[in-house]
Design a protein. Structure first.
Ligand code: A2R
Length: 318
C-alpha cells in the first residue's frame, strides 16, 4: 500500500531515502494517475512534487487522507495553498539552499546581456571573426544602477554578488527593509531610475504581469530586463514588442510564461539571452534541494513537523 506519491523527478539518493521511510509510488510508473488514485488514493498520506508541477486538482481531490506535501524548489505558486490550508494539509518548499546558485544565474545573464557575450562567443565559434571581423562594441557591466524586484533571500545574495561590479542597488517590493539600498514603492519609478531591472519575485496573482509595457518603457532603449523568478511576472508579449520596437535595449531570461515554450521572437533576437530555467540547476544545489525536500516529509512522518513550511501554512503547526 503506497503512502507516498512522487510526482516530480528524483535522484537515486532521494529514492534511496524515500524507500527507507515510505512505500513509494512514482507517477511515471503509472499509466494514468487519476484512475490509479480512484482505486488507491485513500492510502496516500504524502506527496512529493516540484514548483513547476505543483499539486494538480485532479490529484488533490483524490487523496482524502493526505497529511503533507513537500515541494522541491522555492517557488510554490503552482500549489493552491488556500485549498491545502482548508484541509489542514501543510506544504513545504526548499528555500535558502538555492540562493547563491540562482543569484549566480542572474549575474551570468546580466553580464551576458550587457557584454553581448553569447553573440560574441557564437561569432567567434562560427569562424566569423576571421571572415567578417569583430562585432560592434557592447556596454559595460560596471558601475550600473540596478533595480531588484523582490529583494528577498535570492535578491540579497544577488546584491552581494553585484557589489564587486560597483552596482548601485535599489529595490522594489511591498515593504521597506532595513538596509542601505534605495527603496521604491513604484516599480515604474524604479525602472525609470535604473539601467537594469532584475526580477526575483514569486509568481502568483499579486505579481502577474507587473513588469508591463509601462515598466519596459521606463527602463528605456538602453535598459535591460533580467528575469530569474517566475515567467508570469513579465508580460511576454509586451516584452517581445518592446524589444522589437527598440523601446527596451535587451533581456536575459531564465523563466518563461509557458515553460518549456519560449516565443520564437525572444529566441531569435541577438540582444536577448535565454536559458532553460537553470537557476538552481547544479549538481550541488539540486542535491541540497532534494535532501531538504525529503527531510521535510520524513520529519513530518516522524514528528508532525516540517523544517521549511511555506509561510501561508505556518499556522497549521501552532
Ligand atoms: O513584497 P515584500 O517586501 O515581501 O518582498 C518580497 C517580494 N515580493 C513582492 N514584491 C512585489 N510585489 C509582490 N506582490 C511581491 N510578493 C513578494 O519578493 C521579497 O523581497 C521577494 C521574495 O523573497 P523570498 O520570499 O525570500 O523568496 P526567494 O527565496 O528569494 O525566492 C524568490 C522567487 C521564488 O518565489 C521563485 O519564484 C523564484 O524566486 O525562484
Amino acid at each position: 500500500m503506497a503512502d507516498l506519491m512522487v510526482l516530480c523527478s528524483t535522484t537515486p539518493e532521494m529514492q534511496l531515502r524515500l524507500s527507507g521511510a515510505f512505500d513509494v509510488v512514482y507517477e511515471h510508473d503509472l499509466p494514468d494517475v487519476p484512475t490509479w488514485l480512484d482505486e488507491h488514493g485513500e492510502d496516500i498520506r504524502y506527496i512529493l512534487t516540484d514548483g513547476h508541477l505543483g499539486l494538480p486538482s485532479e490529484v488533490l481531490s483524490r487523496v482524502p487522507n493526505l497529511k503533507a506535501v513537500s515541494s522541491y524548489g522555492v517557488g510554490y505558486d503552482a500549489i493552491d495553498t488556500g485549498k491545502t490550508n482548508a484541509r489542514g494539509i501543510p506544504v513545504s518548499h526548499t528555500p535558502s539552499v538555492l540562493d547563491e546558485e540562482v543569484a549566480t544565474t542572474a549575474l551570468l545573464l546580466y553580464l551576458s546581456v550587457m557584454r553581448g557575450f553569447v553573440t560574441q562567443a557564437n561569432h567567434a565559434k562560427a569562424g566569423r571573426w576571421e571572415t567578417q571581423g569583430g562585432l560592434p562594441l557592447t556596454r559595460s557591466a560596471d558601475g550600473r544602477k540596478i533595480g531588484i524586484l523582490g529583494l528577498g533571500r535570492i535578491g540579497k545574495a544577488l546584491a552581494r554578488k553585484l557589489a564587486p561590479f560597483g552596482a548601485e542597488i535599489s529595490y522594489c517590493g511591498r515593504s521597506i527593509q532595513d538596509n542601505d539600498y534605495q527603496y521604491f514603492t513604484s516599480l515604474t519609478e524604479m525602472a525609470r531610475h535604473v539601467d537594469v531591472l532584475i526580477c526575483i519575485a514569486p509568481g502568483g496573482a499579486s505579481t502577474h504581469h507587473i513588469v508591463n509595457t509601462d515598466v519596459m518603457a521606463a527602463l528605456g532603449a538602453n535598459g535591460v530586463l533580467i528575469n530569474v523568478g517566475r515567467g508570469s511576472v513579465v508580460d511576454e508579449i509586451a516584452l517581445a514588442s518592446a524589444l522589437n520596437s527598440g523601446a527596451l535595449g535587451g533581456a536575459g531570461l531564465d523563466v518563461f510564461e509557458n515553460e518549456p515554450y519560449i516565443p520564437k521572437t525572444l529566441r531569435e533576437m541577438p540582444n536577448v539571452v535565454v536559458t532553460p530555467h537553470i537557476g538552481s540547476a547544479t549538481i550541488e544545489t539540486r542535491r541540497a534541494m532534494g535532501a531538504l525536500a525529503v527531510d521535510n516529509i520524513v520529519e513530518h512522518k516522524a514528528s508532525g513537523k516540517m523544517h521549511t513550511p511555506v509561510p501561508e501554512c505556518i499556522h497549521l503547526f501552532n
